[in-house]
Design a protein. Structure first.
Length: 226
């Protein structure tokens, strides 16, 4: 796994596709080194590169390690993300520390994998779906849930999925209802490897349902470091 490094980065682009949702792209003179599914720490305050690391927050990287840039999507909810909304302007210098996490680096069986994401929880999955290593997954199943079609701002990345055998189902709450872990489990079975990312309550309830139905905890992978 790559060693954690500090990067002085520059905000290359900020987009605001939906109210309260921002996608930010960073560039650096140093090449970013990380694996799909990992996350970074972002600091907004001044930093000299060697002293005490300032206040920061974690964000999943939705770009792939093959790209020169790093992209994250944030939902503005608290003090830190409100600062990001106001301060992350194009050209601003920030500090990033990465990589962290091992979501897809735990030696799982790639022949029977299920990926379940709600809303912006899709971002760590995109870093795998668009990476060459996703070719090694056999017939992966993908279940994505959004409030409405407007909230699915990831069509470009989803169009580029690097596995022609992936079975992707997208649900819109206003038309199809919410993601149903019971039906997903019935379709996928007790021996599948389940990757879950999304709101904390969704992760908790889905994981509990799988465990209650005898899926072993080591076959359940969650992106819930927050």
């Amino acid at each position: 796994m790559p060693n954690v490094k500090k990067y002085k980065a520059i905000v290359k682009q900020v987009s605001n596709p939906l109210e309260g949702i921002y996608t930010v792209t960073f560039i650096s003179n140093k090449r970013f080194i990380y694996n799909p599914g990992q996350f970074l720490h972002l600091a907004l305050d001044d930093y000299d590169g060697v002293g005490q690391w300032p206040q920061s927050r974690c964000f999943s990287m939705q770009s792939t390690p093959e790209e020169k840039e790093i992209k994250i999507t944030i939902s503005v909810k608290g003090e830190f993300t409100n600062r990001m909304k106001n301060e992350l302007l194009e050209g601003k210098e920030v500090w990033l520390k990465l990589p962290y996490g091992d979501l897809f680096d735990r030696g799982h069986d790639k022949s029977n994998c299920v990926f379940i994401a709600g809303g912006t929880g899709i971002t760590p999955f995109l870093s795998l779906f668009n990476h060459q290593s996703f070719f090694t997954y056999k017939n992966p199943k993908i279940y994505l849930g959004f409030k409405t079609e407007v909230f699915n701002i990831y069509n470009y990345e989803l169009f580029k999925i690097k596995n022609e055998n992936a079975n992707m189902q997208v649900y819109y709450e206003n038309k199809d209802g919410i993601l149903n872990i019971e039906s997903i489990f019935i379709d996928s079975g007790i021996n599948a490897n389940y990757f879950i990312s999304g709101p904390p309550n969704m992760i908790k309830s889905f994981k509990e349902h799988l465990i209650d139905n005898s899926v072993i905890s080591s076959n359940i992978y969650t992106d819930d470091w927050e």
